[in-house]
Design a protein around this ligand. Structure first.
Ligand SMILES: [Zn+2]
Ligand SMILES: [Zn+2]
Length: 250
């Protein structure tokens, strides 16, 4: 399983990275986890869009989903397009949400180009991968993900505050891709069910017993060195901060 960080900027795109988007390739399948603001441009550095097999959306905040509209345009107007509908796994009400964002009525919305499949708690097969999802702690319906392929495990937090569901999803993962949007001192009074600090991410990684922690979703106004310091203090294994274009072979 190969993970490519397409976009890792938190909440908004940054100068060096789009918002949330991760390309995962396993066997003969290529999927993206999230397709946030600005991601479709950088995604084309790594894959011909016609070779993308599915989109998995953690939630419907624009920094995680809005470039699905750009993908819709590419799939509709690129004369080289393929016609088979692409599966989009997403939170409940997602098809209507995206249709309205595009300025369409919910029906037919973006059907035809996409086949929408709402998440349900539990496990499903996506190509050769086993994908388990669970609700995490964020103000809108948000799904953390566990992707397994040939004994390797990738865990992705989506956006979340600290929660047991994330620890369970990430149990024993080879790589944990955890958000780290907040800073310990600055965001001390922020709501608990919103985002994690580097320390929260490190503590979750330690509780889950993951092999490696990659911090992501740092907003452009954060200093990555702070998240790295705080996560490293809480987790004994290797920790790094995601950058756009980085690849990890699991
Ligand atoms: Zn976000
Ligand atoms: Zn969010």
């Amino acid at each position: 399983m190969r993970l490519t960080v397409v976009g890792c900027s938190g909440s908004v795109p940054g100068v060096d990275s789009p918002a949330s988007c991760y390309l995962v390739q396993a066997g003969d399948i290529s999927v993206v986890l999230d397709l946030g603001s600005g991601a479709l441009g950088h995604l084309q550095r790594h894959i011909d869009l016609r070779r993308l097999d599915a989109v998995l959306l953690s939630h419907l905040h624009p920094d995680h989903c809005i470039d699905v509209l750009a993908l819709y345009i590419a799939r509709t107007y690129d004369p080289r397009r393929r016609y088979r509908p692409m599966p989009v796994h997403l939170p409940s009400g997602g098809a209507g949400h995206l249709a309205r964002a595009y300025g369409r009525a919910e029906h037919p919305g973006l059907e035809g180009s996409f086949e929408f499949d709402e998440w349900r708690e539990g496990t499903r097969r996506i190509g050769p991968m086993t994908v388990t999802v669970a609700r995490v702690a964020h103000p809108v319906e948000t799904w953390g993900m566990r992707l397994e392929h040939e004994g390797r495990v990738l865990a992705f937090s989506g956006d979340t505050g600290p929660c047991d569901a994330l620890v369970e999803l990430a149990r024993g993962a080879d790589l944990a891709l955890f958000e780290s949007s907040f800073e310990v001192e600055r965001d001390a009074s922020a709501p608990a069910d919103l985002h994690m600090t580097g320390r929260d991410a490190g503590e979750a990684a330690a509780r889950a017993g993951v092999r490696r922690l990659v911090l992501t979703h740092l907003p452009p106004w954060n200093d990555p060195a702070v998240a790295l310091r705080d996560a490293t203090a809480a987790f004994d294994g290797p920790v790094e901060v995601a950058v756009s274009g980085a690849t990890y072979d699991l």
